[in-house]
Design a protein around this ligand. Structure first.
Ligand code: 5GP
Length: 183
């Protein structure tokens, strides 16, 4: 059986930039795509970034007990699909799920995942990154910063925290953690 790896961190902490190149070095780790009711951002596509769902479709998935966990995050719903994770770990691969801190609390009730938190150097740095990436409105940025404050308080629940000051260094730390824990 493979392991479940939970990766969390505030929106804008650079999770994607840290994870993507590192995952390319670990063919045994599969990134599990979540389902979400959030609208697609430009450049995103269904089945590559998320499974984009309508509210009705998401409700049906809840009814079908398809989720390992699901949560309200930033006014939308996001959920980890049981099927994706189970198929991966049953074939001996590791399933990496990128979820928020509430989702981690729920997953921890069912299993003992390897948990890693990616933190920004500071809230100021986070605000700057969110503003620069121009994917959210100013109101969305405000709400993401408020959520980030709460999420940062949960970083002590994770086995590892990586502070993303320098991208190459953060990638190196993630590589070391995965090598130590999985190989
Ligand atoms: P974004 O909208 O920027 O792609 O993601 C926003 C937040 O939703 C991130 O903190 C991300 O970790 C979280 N998220 C993405 N997928 C899931 C999921 O399946 N479950 C939970 N609980 N959170 C998720």
């Amino acid at each position: 059986m493979g392991r479940i790896i939970v990766l969390s961190g505030p929106s804008g902490a650079g999770k994607g930039s840290v994870i993507t190149p590192v995952l390319a070095k670990f063919p045994t780790i599969h990134l599990a795509l979540s389902a979400t009711t959030r609208p697609k951002r430009s450049g995103e596509s269904d089945g590559t970034h998320y499974f984009f769902k309508t509210d009705a479709e998401f409700n049906q998935l809840i009814q079908d007990d398809a989720f390992l966990e699901w949560c309200h995050v930033h006014k939308h719903r996001y959920g980890t699909l049981k099927n994706t994770v189970h198929t991966t770990i049953q074939t001996g691969h590791h399933s990496l799920i990128e979820i928020d801190t509430q989702g981690f609390k729920k997953v921890r009730q069912h299993c003992d995942p390897l948990s890693i938190f990616i933190a920004p150097p500071s809230l100021e740095a986070l605000a700057e990154r969110l503003t620069k990436r121009q994917t959210e409105t100013p109101q969305d940025i405000e709400s993401r910063l408020a959520v980030a404050k709460v999420e940062l308080e949960s970083q002590g629940d994770y086995a590892y925290t990586i502070i993303n000051v320098d991208l190459a260094e953060a990638q190196h730390q993630l590589t070391q953690i995965l090598e130590k824990e999985l190989i």
